[in-house]
Design a protein around this ligand. Structure first.
Ligand SMILES: Cc1cc2nc3c(=O)[nH]c(=O)nc-3n(C[C@H](O)[C@H](O)[C@H](O)COP(=O)(O)OP(=O)(O)OC[C@H]3O[C@@H](n4cnc5c(N)ncnc54)[C@H](O)[C@@H]3O)c2cc1C
Length: 467
């Protein structure tokens, strides 16, 4: 077999690609990540509801359920060391009609079958005692105490940062455009860069079927992008609701959710709209109006609440509901495709699953470094007059990836982004085709900054006024 620069080349740096890079790097594989966009989270992962799911309503026995539950456990294990926020809200699947109420026992049975044994049906009085601001017409709810909210930015950034600290290369503005396998090695052309790798892992989200066709000549699945629009209410609304409010789901979608965010706002969405365009999920006035009306129906006080921002994301849905995860070890090809609507939660588990399928060999590093992320959820941060109102970011001396060891001279400082409340992003070198644009210092990815309230990239239409 010929020489290759990397054991694995990962196509796409969404949350799945970032988690994949971390897992393979933690296992000792050499990793190159090729991302078409100028930053991580350039696709579906930049716009979601940010719910950390228990899997209570996932298809029993499915890979999706297994990945979500493995990932939930791993997230809870690593979040302390990485300083990743979790807002422990619980969720209620609320029934508003007799028909919906009649479906709650089936949902409860499914939750219990899925191992979510703390789920329970609670009567109207208990629902209203828990959430006094929701409409009094509620009939009952399925309470799922361990559904939580996370920060959709800092979690994948932490995964990517840890991968980078372990030596992974991230190439941005590097869309895979040509691939050829010769003598057991993939030769990949991406945005002017050429990378060789023994295996390729397709994490290309809404381009997953095209990447599979590019690599193998045909794809086992077809992407059917499904748009979800959201409305974000002003932070004053955050006090109106504690628990994530879910509708009784249908086969196509989990439905419109009303939830807090870790940043202190209230969020309503997403819609579920099929569209051809794989890149641009525009927001549209009638759907935004519908969401605002829906939110006010659930929590009447929202009728008077200003809207801070609106945004939309595109789920990488396919013709089937399940994840499209498969492997062709003889061809050095692995696919984590069709990660439709639970990928933020499941990414760590998907990465473990794909690593288990991988037929390569690697030696895990003995003492892997752990990045400590700035806490962007300002209102969750401990406050004290003696210290700045955000947790410290521990920075370490830079080492070559393979020889990394905890620095003796660990320094503590307050990053500019944390003080200003801006988003950390691996943007410092963004814009350079094929450049290795992430910095191994976890505090160093904070240069680009983004407006707050999810206003990221061209896919967001931030109105600042009620739509
Ligand atoms: C409206 C909505 C709500 C959601 N809510 C939740 C939720 O509450 N909880 C939850 O767990 N999940 C949720 N999800 C699901 C979650 O966001 C997705 O499952 C996840 O983002 C999919 O990540 P991915 O990495 O597979 O795809 P993506 O994030 O799309 O990443 C794919 C990457 O590949 C890159 N790429 C494409 N083509 C190429 C190429 N040729 N070369 C190199 N790179 C390429 C893209 O630029 C992109 O960055 C939601 C999703 C949506 C849209």
């Amino acid at each position: 077999m010929a020489e290759a620069e990397a054991d694995v080349a990962i196509i796409g740096a969404g949350v799945v690609g970032c988690a994949m890079a971390r897992r393979f790097a933690l296992e000792g594989a050499t990793v190159a990540v090729l991302e078409a966009g100028s930053d991580i989270l350039s696709g579906a992962s930049k716009a979601n509801s940010a719910i950390l799911h228990t899997g209570f309503d996932a298809p029993p026995g499915s890979l999706e359920l297994a990945c979500m539950q493995a990932a939930y456990g791993e997230y809870m294990e690593i979040r302390g060391a990485m300083n990743l926020p979790v807002l422990e809200t619980g969720a209620m699947v609320a029934a508003w009609t007799p028909g919906e109420e009649a479906r709650l026992p089936d949902l409860l049975a499914q939750a219990h079958e899925n191992g979510v044994t703390d789920a329970e049906i609670i009567p109207r009085e208990a629902v209203l005692a828990r959430e006094p601001n929701i409409a009094a017409t509620v009939r009952a709810a399925l309470l799922v105490p361990r559904e939580h909210l996370i920060d959709p930015w800092s979690a994948p950034l932490a995964y990517a940062t840890q991968a980078k600290m372990l030596g992974a290369r991230f190439l941005f503005n590097a869309p895979l455009s040509f691939a050829e396998r010769r003598d057991g090695v993939w030769h990949l052309d991406a945005g002017g860069a050429t990378v060789t790798a023994r295996s390729v892992i397709n994490c290309a989200g809404n381009q997953g079927d095209r990447i599979e066709t590019l690599l193998l000549g045909a794809s086992r699945f077809g992407i059917r992008p499904r748009k979800g629009q959201f409305v974000v209410f002003d932070k004053a609304s955050g006090a109106l609701l504690r628990t994530i409010l879910l509708p009784v789901p249908n086969d196509r979608t989990k439905g419109v959710v009303l939830t807090r965010t870790v940043f202190g706002n209230l969020l309503v969405g997403p819609t579920a709209e099929e569209q051809e365009d794989r890149e641009r999920p525009d927001v549209t006035r009638p759907e935004l109006d519908m969401l605002v009306a829906k939110a006010a129906e659930l929590v009447p006080a929202l009728a008077d609440m200003p809207v801070t921002a609106v945004y939309a994301g595109l789920r990488p849905a396919t013709e089937k509901k399940e994840y499209r995860v498969h492997a062709e070890p003889d061809l050095g090809y692995y696919c984590a495709g069709g990660i439709r609507s639970t990928g933020l939660t499941a990414a760590l588990g998907i990465a473990r699953h794909v690593f288990a399928l991988w037929d390569g060999a690697a030696e895990p590093p003995a003492d892997p470094p752990v990045p400590v992320m700035p806490n962007l959820a300002e209102h969750l941060a401990p406050r004290s007059v003696a210290r700045p109102p955000v947790p410290a970011v521990r920075t370490r001396r830079r080492h070559s990836a393979r020889s990394w060891a905890p620095a003796t001279g660990t320094a503590w400082h307050w990053p500019e982004s944390a003080r200003s409340g801006r988003m950390p992003a691996a943007r410092r070198n963004a814009g350079r085709a094929g450049s290795d644009a992430m910095d191994s210092d976890p505090s160093a990815g904070n240069k680009g900054g983004r407006p707050r309230h999810f206003a990221v990239g061209h896919q967001v239409r931030s109105t600042g006024t009620q739509p």
